[in-house]
Every structure is written in structure tokens, then in C-alpha cells.
Design a protein around this ligand. Structure first.
Ligand code: PAF
Length: 280
């Protein structure tokens, strides 16, 4: 497994595959890898001849009071996991390789970037769109792999790749959960034992929504109320948002229909967690 630190090297690595008619997949990550990331890697390995995983804790997607400095960095353990999955290359650039001094160009997906997580994390999606555009331009993959857990991020990146005409297919992989239902996240490791138990309310709330949808309920108001009722049983957890939206536009919908995204975000202690389901 090659460790690559520069954009030039990553592009050369990718072009070598393309030259021999082979396909390249990119799995962008911020490291601190868990089974959710590994499911993206396995899907990429099954679909592409060469797979690169980027590990870059992207400073521009963190707000001034967020956890950039604290964000877990476990590079050696990550590389061990990726090597075992047969990953061909890890791209681990220094911040200066991605953001050269004087850089003043950002990618902003207007509208979408201010909804859901974007509403509570101003500037977050500008940072995400910018770094993902840079990674795609550097790696030139035919496919790039993202998790459904970051559903608003998926909407922003789908819009961005369509608007910029980037020649890449985004492949969205299902949420991977712990045995008790908690969606896997690098931030779960911030939780104390008590918070870890409280965090299950996100999944419980979504299960309640799912059960209601199964009875034929379609009113977003009723579905959201059912989720709130669950959160009320765990008063130490502070809801950030519970929303029923069109997954493409992130605009609220009155009636849930197939493809509607039901998304939740909540603070468990100081840790902000997200989860969602897509109505079938
Ligand atoms: O989902 C993430 O881990 C990050 O937002 C991403 C896509 C790697 C961009 O930094």
C-alpha cells in the first residue's frame, strides 16, 4: 500500500491506472476509521481496480468553536486497517498541500449549504465542498464513495458534482450501526459510558418514525412529533434538528414519500451526533 503525500503523486498514481484502462475509486475520509468507513472501502474495492483512501482532517469544515484540534487522529491504526482491506494507496497530505498560502478560492453550494447541519454549522459545507472538489480534481476517480449517515453532505456533494460537471459517480453506502443500533461515527469515541447509552435515543427516535411510516402515516408533522416524543424520554440529550426533507434540495416536505429524508441531529453531552433514514 502506497502512502502518498502530494497532489502530483496522487494524480500520477491515478493516471497510471487509467493508462492501462483500469478504474479508480476514491474514499475520502478524515481518518479515525471504523466499520462504516471500511464498508465504503469494501464497496470501492468491489467496484474499482485501484482504490485510494484519503485521510485528511480538513480544517476548513470546522467552526472556530468545534473539535478540529481534538478530532481523533489515528493514522497508524488506520493504515493497518486499510492495508488489510487491500487498499492500493492512502493519500495523507499536509494542510499546506491542500491549502496553499494565499489560496482564496472556495466552492460554495448556495442554499443547500445553509440547511440541516449547515444551519447549525455555518461554513461547514463550504469547507466540505471545497476539499472534496480538490480531492476529486487531484485523484480523478471514476467513482467516489460516501456514507448515507452524512445525508446533508451527500446532497451538497451531489449538487456540486452536477453543477461543476465533474466526471465522477458518487456512490452512497448504507449507514453501518453498532449492534445496539448506534450509527457508527468517529465522534462516538468522545462519549462517556452514560452518554453512550443516552445516544441510543437517536436510533430509537428514527425507529419510531419508521414504525409509524409502516402504519401508513405520511404527515411530516406527525412523524417529527413521534421522534420528538422519543427524545423527551432522554432529557439530557438536546435536539439540534429533526426534519423531513427532500433529499435532493433539503427543503422541508409536508408529506413523506419514497426518497424523503428524515434526519436528526442532537447533542449528547458536548458531542453532536447525526442519524437518518430514507423513506422507502
Ligand atoms: O465525511 C467526511 O469524513 C468528510 O466530511 C469528508 C467528506 C472526508 C471531507 O472532509
Amino acid at each position: 500500500m502506497q502512502i502518498i503525500q502530494t497532489v502530483a503523486e496522487l494524480r500520477a498514481w491515478s493516471r497510471e491506472f487509467h493508462r492501462s484502462g483500469k478504474t479508480v475509486g476514491l474514499v475520502p475520509t478524515m481518518g479515525a476509521l471504523h466499520e462504516g468507513h471500511l464498508s465504503l472501502v469494501r464497496t470501492a474495492k468491489a467496484a474499482c481496480d485501484g482504490v485510494a483512501v484519503s485521510i485528511f482532517v480538513n480544517p476548513t469544515q470546522f467552526g472556530p468553536n468545534e473539535d478540529f484540534a481534538l478530532y481523533p487522529r489515528t493514522f497508524d491504526a488506520d493504515c493497518t486497517l486499510l492495508k488489510a482491506e487491500g487498499v492500493n494507496a492512502v493519500f495523507a497530505p499536509a494542510p499546506e498541500e491542500i491549502y496553499q498560502s494565499g489560496a482564496s478560492t472556495f466552492v460554495e453550494v448556495a442554499g443547500l449549504s445553509d440547511r440541516l447541519d449547515g444551519a447549525s454549522r455555518p461554513g461547514h459545507f463550504r469547507g466540505v465542498a471545497t476539499v472534496v472538489a480538490k480531492l476529486l480534481i487531484a485523484a480523478e476517480p471514476g467513482r467516489a464513495f460516501f456514507g448515507q449517515k452524512d445525508a446533508a453532505q451527500v446532497a451538497v456533494l451531489r449538487r456540486m458534482t452536477a453543477d461543476l460537471g465533474l466526471p465522477v459517480e458518487l456512490v452512497i453506502c448504507p449507514i453501518v450501526r453498532e449492534r445496539d443500533g448506534l450509527a457508527m461515527s468517529s465522534r462516538n469515541r468522545y462519549l462517556s459510558a452514560a452518554e453512550r447509552r443516552q445516544a441510543l435515543v437517536l436510533h430509537r427516535a428514527l425507529n419510531a418514525v419508521d414504525a409509524l411510516v409502516a402504519t401508513g402515516e405520511r404527515s411530516s408533522e406527525a412523524l417529527i412529533a413521534a421522534a420528538h416524543a422519543n427524545f423527551a424520554t432522554e432529557p439530557s440529550v438536546r435536539v439540534d434538528y429533526i426534519a423531513a426533507v427532500d433529499w435532493a434540495t433539503l427543503e422541508p416536505v409536508q408529506e413523506a414519500r419514497p426518497g424523503t429524508l428524515i434526519a436528526v441531529a442532537a447533542f449528547v453531552g458536548t458531542t453532536r451526533l447525526i442519524d437518518n433514514l430514507v423513506v422507502e
